[in-house]
Write a protein that binds this ligand. Sequence first.
Ligand code: ADP
Ligand code: GLC
Length: 480
Amino acid sequence: MNILFATSEAFPLIKTGGLGDVSYSLPRALQEMGHQVALILPGYRSVKHKLGRPDRRYALADEFLRDDVLLSYYGHSALGLPLYLVESDSLYDRDGGPYESGPGEGWYDNGDRFAQYCRAVVCLLKGGAAEIPQRFDVVHCNDWQTGLIPAFLQRLALPVRSVFTIHNLAYQGLFDRGTFDYLKLPDEWWHLDSLEFYGNFSFLKAGIVYADWVTTVSPTYACEIMHEPLACGMGGLLQHHRHKVVGILNGVDYDAWNPATDPYIRFHYDQHSLQEKINNKLEIQRNTGLRLSKSTPLIGLVSRLVEQKGLDWIVSAMEATLGEKVQWVVLGAGTQQYERQLQALAQANSKVISVTIGYDESLAHGIEAGCDLFAMPSRYEPCGLNQIYSLRYGSLPIVRRTGGLADTVIDASEDALEQGSATGFCFEEPSARAFTETVRRAIALYRKQKTWRKLQQQAMDQRFDWQHSAQAYLELYEQE
Ligand code: ADP
Ligand code: GLC
């Protein structure tokens, strides 16, 4: 099967969150299963710098594309897959992030940037770059940035199947009527049954309405988004299309996330050499200025610092447990308010709280390897990858029972402890109190060394490989 994977980010070229990881490992898993997979990304400046000269450049024939849009092709990219870049100097060749010019500041022309990207993808699919021999059976679209692709495909009646994956329903790609007109989208799309959404229009809605299949990244999230509050206004629409909505749990890349081989960590370990994990803990304490202590439970957090991730509950729990024997190590970037609150706490309590603001792949691995517990008290979580990495690293996750967190972590209840199935700590109620209580429950269990060791081993035994999920996607690609 010939698959085109359309995404706005892909590790290691450009990544802001889990979408980047998925866009790296899912296409590779599909390729390993014997399929032809190519990726197509916007040609951001930083990505072009990383890739250097393309093997080929193609002009695209489409009356709605800007004059400076062209397609570059890399046969062997850092992704291990053939890669197309949609290039446009006026749209993508600039400093700043893929979606934002600065923290919290979406690019003023995002509607145009991703509409042109979608048009270019469709142009490739319809054979608009005549010299390209490759034809595609299916296009796999991801998140709002790619939402117009299924809509254009349907309009052109192209024989290419489409799967649209929602990684986060809260990001809807909403723009106003003026933008709709500017983008020269078909008039009949300004309709309740099409792209129009409460007086604006939504790229995400386009994907949901027109794709052959709509997937989300965990079975629990697929149920949650049918109703408010997690439906974000789209519950009725999703229920209407229920027959084509499927939850497929993300896998993770165990080549990149394996404590026995991780090149970013100094002391490698597995289930049978967990004593080495302590050395990673001392290493991270040393590197971040925390007090050196083998016996103080260390809680890690690597995250976008946004409301979704329960950052206010983290701040409250840190404050509430200040006098108690526990340390925190945080890495992340996001909302200024949270960055400031966390930095202030770390400054005043530097031996027990360390906060690094920024994006740091190496430190992210170091934290996974060095901490005892990993906090993910998300308000909602479509899938979540860090809790799965944490399981693999024997760093027991503390999660709220929602979305993919509910599908991957088993609470250390008395029953689960007895049955030997527990892998972490879950709480239900969306509140600082419930999270803080769970932190304390985890710390209490940490003192029972034998039980703790067993829990770690159970967590490390879990596997969320891509093969299984990739197979589920393949079945959708093939189904009429
Ligand atoms: P989301 O996509 O909602 O941000 P996920 O848990 O699915 O959450 O994925 C987050 C990914 O981004 C993980 O691979 C995580 O390690 C990484 N990540 C998040 N913030 C940082 C950071 N500040 N530095 C390094 N990696 C980060
Ligand atoms: C989104 C979600 C996250 C998910 C990731 C990859 O960013 O917030 O839960 O793991 O996409 O699918």
